[in-house]
Ligand binder design. Structure first.
Ligand code: G1P
Length: 299
């Protein structure tokens, strides 16, 4: 594959999920707009994509996600009023949410048929180039953003690539799990992948985390993909089929900490961690946590 072909400039963000685990909040607020400190989940995903060189952002949405579209729109009145009142820092943070015209596209997934189907819905916008997929529920805090680590590794390897990390064996049935061919440092050569296996059937304790760099062949495979785990069309199954067709798939054990913001506990952990990392909150928030730690021990 030529160097040019290894540029990854498009990313798909599957955001059609109903977010039922966060009801009643998600009755009127898309899950991706829920905030860690003061930034919505989706902003973390977008910033990570931008840092990795992504310039085209494709959202696969569903009914009730209008707030997401508004979030990325310019807000001229608000910008004017912040400008006039000299609130430059706030203005800058507001502008960081603006998207260039034409850089962002929204596609509807009309039925909740799974992650593989959501990615397939964006096929016409991807065309014949490699692309990234980012699941905004998986928030990764890292010195070098996770997708950037993957893009750098992918420029060496080609093929397709997923992010991976070790999970406790008993949690295997919540993830796509890798069947490992070999490992060199943080790079894993993968020979198979199974979506949400029974604990006893899990081929390893390396789980797929929601970052992918995929070749366009995967879209072809998704074209004929039958439903898999949970009765849904699974992205994991399509990638596994790629391997059967002898196309190389790698996994990167990324550096960083992943928070499962699709669960309440993970969301709260991310909130605490991101709050402690913010200079303006650190002292007050850490003092509060120290104050309540005896209570935590007693709980
Ligand atoms: C999805 C993928 C799964 C992956 C997980 C990571 O599952 O299907 O392979 O391990 O994301 O968060 P979900 O969590 O949407 O059920």
């Amino acid at each position: 594959m030529s160097e040019l072909k290894r540029q990854v400039t498009k990313a798909i963000f599957p955001v059609a999920g109903l977010g039922t685990r966060f009801l009643p909040a998600t009755k009127s607020v898309p899950k991706e707009i829920m905030t860690l400190v003061d930034r919505p989940l989706i902003q973390y995903a977008i910033d990570e994509a931008r840092a990795a060189g992504i310039t085209e952002f494709i959202f696969v949405t569903s009914r009730g996600k209008n707030a997401l579209e508004d979030y990325f729109d310019h807000a001229p009145q608000l910008e004017d009023s912040l400008e006039k009142s000299g609130k430059h820092e706030l203005l800058e943070s507001l502008k960081s949410t603006n998207m260039e015209s034409g850089a962002i596209a929204y596609i509807r997934q009309h039925k909740p048929m799974g992650l593989g189907h959501a990615v397939w819905c964006a096929r016409r916008l991807i065309g014949d180039e490699p692309f990234a997929v980012i699941l905004p529920d998986d928030v990764i805090s890292a010195e070098k953003p996770c997708l950037q680590q993957m893009v750098e590794a992918y420029q060496e390897t080609g093929g397709s690539m997923v992010a991976t990390m070790q999970v406790p064996k008993e949690k295997a049935s919540s993830y796509g799990i890798l069947d490992v061919e070999s490992e060199i440092g943080s790079l894993v050569s993968v020979r198979g992948m199974v979506e949400k296996p029974k604990v006893a059937d899990a081929p390893s304790n390396l789980a797929v985390i929601g970052r992918y760099i995929l070749t366009p062949d995967v879209l072809e495979t998704l074209n004929r993909q039958k439903s898999g785990a949970g009765g849904e069309i699974q992205l994991t199954d399509a990638i596994a089929e790629e391997m059967d067709a002898k196309r190389k798939v790698y996994a990167l054990k990324f550096e960083g900490q992943r928070f499962d913001c699709g669960s309440k506990a993970g969301f709260l952990q991310a909130t605490v961690s991101f709050a402690l990392a913010r200079e303006e909150l650190q002292d007050e928030f850490a003092a509060y946590l120290r104050d309540i730690s005896p209570l935590i021990r007693a709980a």
